[in-house]
Write a protein that binds this ligand. Structure first.
Ligand code: PEP
Length: 254
């Protein structure tokens, strides 16, 4: 973590929880945030789409931001089941996760699609959190860096800046598995991502852009990971569903 970049702690609730769970979790985080205004991190939670309205009301005035777990590339139209970036922004999303590995796998989203989604989300006024990451097979065959480089360059929106884009490095083998990248593995990839960003968007923007680590981050490993020079926070799945755990990760970043 560099002192020049404000850590971002992002919770991906995935397809979990009912109304009462979302309300409870959001209100616990809102209360903690209100009582700890001086802590130096940004926090965002990304609930399931049907719960966005409830969560935004619950978070009101707390400083905890809300994001979507996906955002369609089109502004409107015949896309059953999807949500436009304009609607997501309108309902209160400040961020949109795009290209999560579960969407890349479950919905066949490739880099071109992720790039289009990121560009539309930014156009609508949200910050795009772009997920990239290698599989275990790619890592074992020595292709971890090249895979991330390719995904990054293929998914990076035109006009990407530190203000409108966040990168999340999420090794697929670490998501929801309890396996976590070692500090050396995480720093190696984060540094490679930043080096690639320098070439793509220039040294100044690259030095300001936040790169999150995601993959079985929890209170017991967060401090060590977030302390790494090129790790600027976390994208957290399982541990974001319990307010004390998610809050403890945020505290590790401040
Ligand atoms: C994620 O879904 O982005 C994630 C990192 O999940 P988990 O923290 O559960 O591994």
């Amino acid at each position: 973590m560099s002192t020049s970049r404000r850590p971002l702690i992002a919770g991906n609730w995935k397809m979990n929880g009912l109304k009462k769970d979302a309300k409870q979790l959001a209100s616990q985080l809102a209360k903690r945030m209100i009582n700890n205004k001086k802590l130096a991190f940004d926090m965002v939670v990304c609930p399931p789409t049907p719960l966005l309205g409830l969560v935004v009301e619950t978070l009101k005035g707390s400083g905890v931001k809300m994001g979507s777990q996906d955002s369609h590339q089109a502004t409107s139209g015949a896309h059953t089941g999807d949500s436009s970036p304009q609607l997501l922004k309108n309902i209160g999303c400040a961020y949109a996760i795009v290209g999560h590995s579960e969407r890349r796998t479950d919905h066949g989203e490739d880099d071109k699609c992720v790039k289009a989604k990121a560009e539309s989300a930014i156009e609508a006024g949200m910050v795009a959190i772009i997920c990239i990451g290698e599989t275990l097979k790619q890592r074992k065959s020595g292709r971890a860096i090249s895979t991330n480089r390719k995904q990054l360059l293929g998914s990076l929106p035109e006009g990407a800046s530190a203000k409108n884009t966040v990168i999340a490095y999420e090794p697929v083998w670490a998501i929801g598995t309890g396996e976590v990248a070692t500090p050396a593995q995480a720093q190696e990839i984060h540094a490679a991502i930043r080096a690639e960003l320098v070439k793509a968007i220039g040294a100044k923007e690259a030095s300001k852009m936040r790169i999150l680590y995601g993959g079985s981050m929890k209170p017991s490993n967060a401090k060590e990971l977030i302390a790494l020079p090129d790790v600027d926070g976390g994208l957290i799945g399982g541990a974001s569903l319990k307010a004390p755990d998610f809050w403890a990760i945020a505290e590790a970043a401040s």
